[in-house]
Write a protein that binds this ligand. Sequence first.
Ligand code: MG
Length: 372
Amino acid sequence: MKITLSVIKADIGGFVGHSSVYKDVVNKVQEVAEDGKDKGIIRDLSVLICGDDIALVMTHTKGVDSSEVHELAWNAFKEGTEVAAKLKMYGAGQDLLADAFSGNVRGMGPGVAEMEFVERKSEPVVVFFADKTSPSAWNLPLYEIFADPMNTAGLVIDPSMHDGFIFEVMDVYSGMYISLRTPEELYDLLVFIGATSRYVVRAVYRKSDGEIAASASTQKLSLMAGRYVGKDDPVLIIRSQAGFPAIGEILEPFARPWLVEGWMRGSHTGPLMPVSFKDAKPTRFDGPPRVIAAGYQITDGYLIGPSDLFDDPAFEIARKDCGLLANFLRRQGIFEPHRLPPEEMEYTTLPKVLEKLKDRFKLVDEKKAFIK
Ligand SMILES: [Mg+2]
């Protein structure tokens, strides 16, 4: 049986500020999406929260980019927005960039990660969901999970993974993508995905049979809206076990922090902190950026779960290291590299400040400067 797993997420209003979401808003989104179950649009539903974002994890048999499923998610977020607006939640409806639904939520604001596959004898999947960062946050862990044998023992040991994987990498500025095969094109892959402000991994396939292994949301909200409307907090789906990396190999890159774009006003560099569902509430300097991992067994198209995978003391050291890195970076204040470089600030509120000062610049006359 072919099953589609669709994860569609949006920030439709924060409680308080950008830190979390209010229960009435979540309940409305869930109620509308549940209705889609009764109508036969989707088979099952699970709602996840990370910071000020809500994600709908849905299973169905309508394939990737189904307008029916996308419309259901759109309507759920639209009705949730009405509740958020009434309660004057912060930035109500900020990710919904269009007035009316037009066939597909891609390009309309919400983030989307989807994949279609034939359900295996056992189908474990992990849905990662991050707040206060951007889709390129997944570049480093995806490289380690699918291309680094020092992280993923299965690349060496398991004959069904030994051929390697194919990475689809997108240039978020041009919208073009390139497919690169690992291990043979590993260094070419790293040329691109190491440049996290421009290139993002959108999908990973098993090389031996082309089976989908991972799918990420690649929306860059700032470029879609042409103005700053919040960081495009991303989602990522990864299939696990039996020809794919084990759950522990998928989680291992998160056992120590690395730096990502996002944090306060989407304008800073900060460590990505792996947390349990209950700790997915970024408050310190609106961060540091958070990530949760929700594990599911998909059984006859139903979602058994979620299992809160970072709710494990083994990730305590990573969280502590994030705190130390946060202290270190905060000492840098408004100075780069804690603050992002000018090209990344282009879609924030900073250009408005620059506009006011632009006429005050004078050409440097070196001679005069020396005489004085
Ligand atoms: Mg957010």
